[in-house]
Design a protein. Structure first.
Lengths: 330, 237, 64
């Protein structure tokens, strides 16, 4: 073993002469206790002075009350299958060519649909079907579901055109007249249901008593513009480097600076596969950081930059004194 | 400094694994390996090399003790459940303690990483120490991320609906659903803290085993053949 | 004896400095950074520099 070691050339960026020099007293327990107390004082001070943010969650109830037009415009896209969620692809549905890819590398497609969501049924028709004593709504749903798919598409397109000019009259949704069949009643009922708070509960519970999975209400809210507008105001969106930010003036996640930076540079900033591209870049860089000791040139940077001369300046000063007998390594 | 480990005569037969009937015994072999790797004066030293003369060395212990406070404040939040901090001023204060201890944790950990980088602290069989350090950083980011997801406020709504795109693109979203509060909460309070603590403990044990990295050789001796790189303390006592 | 209820204390002392409200941001070329994050990053760099330049107290006694 020692012959092999002798034959292996000493590399100052990989190897080191182990310390043979002086030792000094060191109280590790005392150091840990002092650190524990000091940090406790620090975090109590920070908590007392700055507290922590707690902006209340957006509900479908709040969204539909504040902006019933945006709610209705989103709801029709859920019904006609053109919303962000409806066209998302895996893991929610099988929309063709929706999964992000880099060449043949298309992991989302490979893993497939594991959280199946049919936005028309799950976000619109299903919740409305749970409402009791709503004969007009149920009749509209019956008429819609028994129509052919081309008839449904015609109604949906007509409603989408009309709702583009909808108005919010004292919190009430007012949509211009048009040939959209039962769709007007369906979307109007859904808006009213949301404004009572019933849609929040129905989407979350999924017909069960207990649930902790907010996938459906969150996807529905995120399909609209309201959540994004609130985020834009708080500088939380992607183009605002929002991944690093917290609401208000609180510090956020500065350690995500490199992850969010890639979204701002070409080609990722205009790519429809940006998320996968950035993940691949960050995985490579993370592996590079993890295995840095094995990477030539990168592992030489500490020696080249000589910051260590500042850190160990007392040692180097002592080692340079010719009169000291306990010089290390000799 | 020696300690007498033979006060009880019945122990003498168990101190050497090479003794006949104990040589195959897993317990004895594990204990002997642990004792060799971590003799008490290495596990809890009262001496350190004379070159440890910089304030930058305190950031490792600061990181570990701050992690302890992250866990303690998290446990207090767990006592009363995830909704407590929204309805109670005391709960909100504990949440603030938890948030600022996390900010402090990353603050100290990144400075510790910078310091260890500029010291090239992986030198001399310490590469696994570096590797475990960076891995614990990455796992800590995941733990913090799940914390942000489980706040149950506007911030969590935004973070989850945005982050889902990145995670879904990798295919992991099929199984790891950031919109699923229940799943993310259990990852945050059970799985990831266990991961962080185990990796951090491994990292600290490696530091104790290998010692703090010595300085770069004096430039006058650059390129000279080294003394044997095997650490004397690695050899059986 | 003065008794301070913990809840009252935390109510009184919660957020002496209000970091809520609209945030402040720095725009530098394509970089956008919140002032809060910028302060944290600056502090980290400053603390790192101080940690390596500030003199460390000498320890009494040395032994082999």
């Amino acid at each position: 073993m020692s012959d092999r070691r002798a034959a292996r050339r000493f590399n100052p960026d990989r190897d080191v002469e182990e310390w043979r020099g002086a030792y000094v007293p060191y109280d590790i327990i005392k150091e840990a206790v002092v650190a524990l107390v000091a940090v406790a004082v620090l975090i109590v001070l920070l908590a007392v002075v700055f507290s922590s943010p707690d902006d209340p969650a957006v509900t479908l109830k709040r969204w539909s009350a504040v902006d019933p037009v945006d709610f209705a415009q989103t709801a029709i896209t859920e019904l006609d299958g053109t919303s962000g969620t409806a066209t998302y692809g895996p893991p929610y549905n099988d929309t063709a060519d929706a999964a992000q890819h880099i060449g043949f590398f298309e992991p989302a497609q490979w893993f497939g649909v594991h959280i199946p969501i049919d936005t028309a049924q799950d976000f619109v028709i299903g919740p409305l079907r749970t409402l009791p004593n709503q004969p007009q709504t149920h009749a509209a749903l019956d008429r819609y579901e028994s129509a052919s798919s081309s008839q449904q598409s015609t109604w949906n397109a007509a409603y989408e055109k009309a709702v583009a000019n909808a108005r919010d009259v004292g919190g009430r949704l007012v949509v211009p007249a048009g040939s959209y069949g039962p769709v007007g009643v369906i979307i109007g009922s859904l808006t009213s249901m949301a404004q009572t708070g019933g849609l929040d509960g129905t989407l979350l519970s999924e017909g069960k008593f207990y649930n902790t999975d907010y996938t459906k209400p969150l996807l529905f809210i995120a399909d609209g513009s309201y959540l994004g507008q609130l985020a834009q105001a708080q500088h939380l969106t992607g183009t605002q480097w929002g991944m690093m930010n917290e609401t208000g003036n609180y510090p956020g996640q500065a350690w995500l600076w490199l992850y969010t930076m890639w979204y701002q540079v070409a080609p990722m900033n205009t790519s429809s596969n940006a998320d996968l591209e950035v993940w691949v870049i960050m995985m490579v860089l993370t592996l590079g950081l993890i295995f840095l000791p094995f990477i030539p040139i990168l592992r030489s940077i500490p020696r080249w930059t000589r910051v260590y001369r500042v850190i160990w300046r007392r040692y180097y000063h002592a080692a340079a004194q010719p009169t000291l007998s306990a010089s290390p390594g000799s | 400094m020696t300690t007498d480990t033979t006060a009880d005569t019945t122990d003498t037969t168990a101190t050497s694994v090479s003794d006949g009937e104990d040589a195959h015994q897993w317990t004895a072999r594990v204990r002997h390996a642990a004792e060799s790797a971590f003799p008490p004066d290495r596990l809890l030293p009262d001496r350190q090399p004379a070159y440890l003369t910089s304030w930058v060395y305190v950031f490792g212990i600061l990181t570990v003790t701050t992690l302890a406070w992250v866990i303690v404040t998290g446990c207090i939040l767990a006592l009363m459940g995830p909704n407590w901090w929204h309805v109670s001023t005391t709960g909100h204060f504990v949440n603030s303690l938890h948030l600022w201890s996390v900010e402090a944790f990353f603050f100290f950990m990144v400075i510790h990483l910078w310091a260890k980088f500029f010291m090239a602290a992986w030198r001399g069989k310490r590469r696994l120490t570096w590797v475990t350090g960076v891995v614990s950083f990455v796992v800590s980011i995941a733990a913090a991320f799940t914390g942000y997801l489980t706040q149950q406020n506007f911030d969590s709504q935004w973070i989850s609906t945005q982050a889902k795109d990145g995670i879904n693109a990798t295919g992991a979203g099929a199984f790891w659903n950031v919109l699923n509060f229940g799943q993310m909460l259990m990852w945050h309070i059970v799985l990831l803290p266990i991961g962080v603590v185990i990796i951090a403990a491994f990292h600290v044990l490696l530091v104790r085993r290998r010692g703090i990295v010595p300085p770069f050789a004096d430039s006058r001796r650059h390129g000279a053949e080294p003394s044997p790189t095997a650490d004397d303390r690695d050899e059986p006592a | 004896m003065l008794y301070i209820d913990l809840m009252t204390l935390t109510t009184l002392l919660g957020a002496l400095v209000n970091l809520g409200g609209s945030g402040n941001y720095i725009h530098w070329g394509f970089i956008q950074l919140s002032v809060a994050n910028f302060v944290v990053i600056l502090l980290m760099i400053l603390v790192f520099i101080l940690a390596i330049v500030l003199p460390f107290p000498r320890r009494p006694g040395r032994d082999q």
